[in-house]
Design a protein around this ligand. Structure first.
Ligand code: PEP
Ligand code: CO
Length: 404
């Protein structure tokens, strides 16, 4: 089958990520934890692009800095799980849901089925086709900015006035914001057999994974001697690696040298996800270890995966305050270490009424979770919480170093 993206797009992304590395651009990466094949549908996809574009527009308008938008889209179909099996009433012990490429969410569909890999290819292709159409249509793109709705934020005593102004300027600037607006795709490169099948030699002689623009290694599969690092060091795409609290400074130093031996700016992104309150204890040593290698990296903060907790009724949730706190703590540590935070990584949905995360101006609490809890994997910020996260992070980016 033909590749889904081109090597030239991947190279363009590297050059834009190099700008994030130097602090000239800020990256907003987001989307579903696990994309469902059922999300491959016009309305859902345009809402996903809408929320990501609007988050980027917020950061851009508030900071005056250009942004880079990347969707966890068109291939986020493989999930690492903490436990391979789970007990489900009426079914006994069954395989955990591992994403649409592997098995189905319904208990009866939990057996692994390789035919799903082919389904994954077609759903990625249809998703990308839709995204490409959207990008090429100026009036559709304008519409995605004009629809910005910051209603719950406008009621906040703290930033209500700013939100009202921001909403009005995004609407009036929609034609300008829409011009040349781009979105790239990314997914966790977890299933090496699949990723390998979509790896092709490009005309520049290098090998690219042409199923997506950017791939990252998950926190559970980043061991230096294992297969994922081996595969990732052979591809010319921009690549990311998640680093959780168990990462050691000497290990991250080795990792960045393996994944970016030629010290190419924009080629390698380190995605830190330690959890709010833990950043100051862990990140400085990681930054110093990387600085000592001379390898340039784009530092991105994943504000969500270190902040998942269990709520009443067994719902997995996250508090918006924790997510924002981790982003701002990370920003502050980079400033103190003479380093640059290049972007954020969040799990978000463009769906308005979703109740999976708590907090924010929309006022969701634990009791609201059952109302519209729809995720098939991790809890996502809903539309209004996602815009609020963008506003609060952008405010931190603007604040003088000491006040952030
Ligand atoms: C994810 O990004 O959905 C994920 C599983 O993250 P991590 O590898 O950081 O746990
Ligand atoms: Co997740």
């Amino acid at each position: 089958m033909p590749p889904l993206v081109t090597a030239g797009e991947c190279k363009k992304l590297i050059s834009m990520m190099a700008e994030c590395c130097r602090g000239e651009r800020f990256m907003v990466l987001g989307g579903d934890c696990a994309e469902k094949f059922a999300y491959c549908e016009g309305d859902y996809l345009s809402k996903q692009c809408e929320v990501l574009f609007q988050m980027s527009a917020i950061v851009q308008m508030m900071t005056g800095k250009p942004t880079l938008t990347i969707g966890r889209m068109a291939g986020q179909y493989g999930k690492p799980r903490s436990s391979p099996k789970e007990k489900v009433e009426g079914y006994g012990e069954i395989y955990s849901y591992k994403g649409e490429n592997i098995n189905g969410y319904e208990p009866k569909d939990r057996n692994w089925d390789p035919n799903r890999l082919l389904e994954g290819y077609w759903h990625s292709a249809a998703t990308l086709n839709y995204m490409r159409g959207l990008k090429a249509d100026a009036s559709e793109m304008e519409g995605l900015f004009k629809s910005v709705d910051m209603e719950p934020l406008k009621t906040s005593p703290d930033f209500g006035a700013a939100a009202a102004l921001l909403e009005a300027s995004i609407k009036s600037q929609a034609p300008v914001l829409a011009q040349g607006c781009d979105i790239f795709t990314a997914h966790e490169g977890m299933q090496l057999d699949l990723e390998e099948a979509l790896t092709r030699k490009a005309s520049d002689g290098a090998y690219y994974n042409l199923s997506t623009n950017l791939l990252w290694i998950g926190d559970r599969t980043r061991k230096l001697t294992e297969g994922h690092i081996e595969y990732f060091k052979g591809i010319a795409n921009p690549v990311g690696c998640k680093t959780g609290p168990t990462m050691k400074p000497e290990e991250i130093a080795e990792l960045v040298q393996i994944l970016n031996p030629n010290k190419i700016e924009g080629k390698l992104m380190i995605i830190t996800r330690y959890g709010a309150g833990k950043v100051k204890g862990i990140l400085p040593a990681h930054i110093k270890a990387v600085q000592a290698t001379g390898v340039p990296v784009v530092w991105q903060v994943d504000g969500v995966h270190g902040n998942t907790k269990s709520a009443k009724g067994g719902y997995k949730t996250r508090a918006l305050d924790d997510i924002v706190a981790e982003c701002l703590e990370t920003l502050e540590v980079h400033r103190e270490c003479g380093s640059i935070l290049g972007g954020i990584h969040l799990e978000v949905t463009g769906q308005r009424g979703v109740t999976e995360c708590i907090g924010g101006c929309c006022g969701l609490g634990e009791d609201d979770l059952p109302r519209q809890y729809e995720t098939y994997c991790d809890p996502r910020l809903n539309y209004s919480q996602a815009l609020e996260a963008a506003v609060r992070v952008a405010r931190g980016l603007n604040a003088p170093a000491a006040a952030a």
